[in-house]
Design a protein around this ligand. Structure first.
Ligand code: GTP
Ligand code: MG
Ligand code: ZN
Length: 367
């Protein structure tokens, strides 16, 4: 067994926080087995609460520690996706001079990855090792259906269990109607109305943050993500937008991703608002987010059906008899195109890496 606390003195300083129960935070035999492979009992297991450039705030059994990234970790991050992020389990070394370094990022069980703004289709991890990926959308003003669909594809792709949380249900005249309407765009996903203000729906959400479980919150600025974190934590842990603007759209109040341990076990991962996220290689996630469309496409007579004029097209039949909403079909097509473009870009990038590698090798051979 990997020793969680071997070789560590209790962290110094009067403000040093209480010992953390890593099991309550999600540490389990699988992570312990991964850690044991490093065969270094002086390394300490910890979970990343917050990652800034080159420095992480991590929670170890002894409490919170600031740790910089070790050379080995930096060297492995040719792809920024490999950088430690909030929610990651890491192995930390405490040096005799009280400095700490993150030496190892343990393999992620789940990861919510979005496309970064740059053109070469690289990814950025929004949240690691979350059990539930909750898409947070305000019920008032009306929820943005296209954004929910897009975020659900991302959530499915992450490997975590997706969930839709509709916030501010205290402001909606008929919350049940909105929930019913959204069930159509979230097949197989629970849609939960909540009000952090009145406390509605919090009891239904709590099991997702039970001991060992992590709930990630994804959604636009002003949706009430941090308000929800505070309601679940029973304390003001995250700053929230003070004045509600008339248009209901907030400026970004939260500016960093943060894992917030919840008293009694579990954690919530709060993220800065995302207006829209770019999908990367989310083909599988898209198939699950649009399960009913995927099933129709599979029923078309021809495997390469263009769903235009081909005979035996199940999609067109469903559009004609009203079982498939045109809006849903358009969303699927749009997101499919996006993922295809991203996959093409990624393949091109990999091919150019291959070509460079081959060119180097043949130059070396000639020499
Ligand atoms: N009426 C009502 N207002 C809420 C509720 N939850 C949050 N709000 C308000 O919505 C505003 C935005 O809340 P935040 O929690 O800061 O939103 P956020 O999603 O964290 O926003 P960013 O950090 O910018 O991404 C605040 O003024 C909250 O008071 C709710 O259940 N009911
Ligand atoms: Mg916030
Ligand atoms: Zn077809």
């Amino acid at each position: 067994m990997f020793e969680q606390t071997a070789g560590v003195q209790t962290s110094a300083g009067a403000q040093s926080p209480a010992r953390a129960d890593l099991v309550a935070l999600g540490w389990d035999d699988t992570f312990a087995a991964e850690a044991a492979r490093w065969r270094d009992p002086t390394l300490v297991a910890a979970r990343v609460l917050r990652a800034d450039r080159g420095v992480c705030t991590v929670l170890a059994a002894t409490g919170t520690v600031r740790a910089s990234l070790a050379g080995a970790v930096l060297a492995a991050t040719g792809d920024p996706v490999n950088l430690p992020c909030a929610g990651d389990w890491v192995l930390v070394r405490r040096w005799p001079d009280e400095r700490s370094t993150v030496e190892v990022v343990l393999p992620r069980r789940t990861a919510i990855v979005r496309r970064t703004a740059d053109k070469d289709s690289s990814g950025q991890v929004l949240a690691a090792n979350c059990d539930t990926a909750a898409v947070i959308e305000p019920m008032h003003p009306a929820p943005d259906v296209a954004r929910i669909e897009r975020l659900l594809a991302l959530a499915w792709e992450s490997g975590a269990r997706p969930l839709v949380v509709l916030t501010k249900c205290d402001l909606a005249p008929d919350p049940a109607a909105v929930v019913a309407q959204l069930a159509e765009v979230a097949p197989g996903v629970e849609v939960l109305p909540v009000s952090a203000q009145r406390g509605d729906g919090l009891a239904a959400l709590r099991p997702r943050v039970g001991p060992g479980r992590t709930l990630a919150l994804l959604g636009p600025s002003g949706a009430g993500k941090s308000t929800l974190v505070n309601a679940l934590a029973g304390a003001t842990v995250m700053a929230t937008q003070q004045i509600r603007r008339v248009d209901g759209k907030g400026r970004h109040t939260t500016t960093y991703r943060a894992l917030v341990p919840i008293p009694g076990g579990g954690a919530v991962l709060d993220t800065p608002g995302v207006r829209a996220v770019g999908l990367l290689d989310a083909a599988a996630g898209l198939d699950r987010a649009f399960a009913e469309v995927t099933a129709l496409v599979r029923r078309c007579r021809f495997a390469d059906c263009g769903h235009a004029a081909e005979p035996g097209c199940a999609v067109r039949a469903a559009l004609e008899d009203g079982t498939l909403a045109p809006r849903r079909w358009e969303s699927w097509q749009r997101l499919q195109r996006e993922v295809a473009v991203e996959t093409g870009r990624r393949d091109a990038r990999l091919a150019s890496v291959d070509r460079r590698h081959l060119a180097r090798r043949s130059r070396a051979n000639r020499r």
